[in-house]
Design a protein around this ligand. Sequence first.
Ligand SMILES: [Zn+2]
Length: 214
Amino acid sequence: MYPPSNTPAPQGCEVCGAQPAAAATVRAHQGMVVIMRTVTRRGVYCRTCGLAVYRKMTSDTLVTGWWGMLSLFITPFVVLGNVLGARAAFRRLPEPYGAWRPPLDPGRRVLRRAPAMLVLTPFVLLAAAIPTLILIGLIAGPGDDGRRVGLSVGDCVRNAADWPEQSLLKVDCGSTGAEYRVADEASCGPEDYILHAEYQVNSPGRPGYCVTPL
Ligand SMILES: [Zn+2]
């Protein structure tokens, strides 16, 4: 039995022999569609060798960990366990000294390796996409709607849709875009178009606003 995590191990790093060293457990998970396995490596390592083991096994897990229904759920816990357990224990150790065998090469941080980048890319894209979509919505959203509702008698409009569809925009009566004028029910002719209810909010209880071609 090894002493619990974070307790300095008197015998030194089991790879290079350096001091100080800590006992910790690192796991790697492999999903293989139906079957799966978790490799557990318990050992006493110095900071350098410990981080090397942690980085290798965690990075491998980010590649091999996702290939199975159960593995999808297990892998995040394996990675989190490595980060909070082994990685934290090794990072608390000071720089090792007294190695009498070559230490392991810690290499790049997990986040700087290809597997982590591949796994994180969708999340980064999603995180960037949501504010972008909100921004697009804010820019494009209300726009013309503000001018679509609440027409009154005498207003001039332009229909952005094809009749009988109505997508009416209120425009200045003197402008070239003005196509129709809003008229009261009493002056609506047989050729005029009855306004949809959404444009009649200014005249509750008075149905029958229409538009007459100018
Ligand atoms: Zn070592």
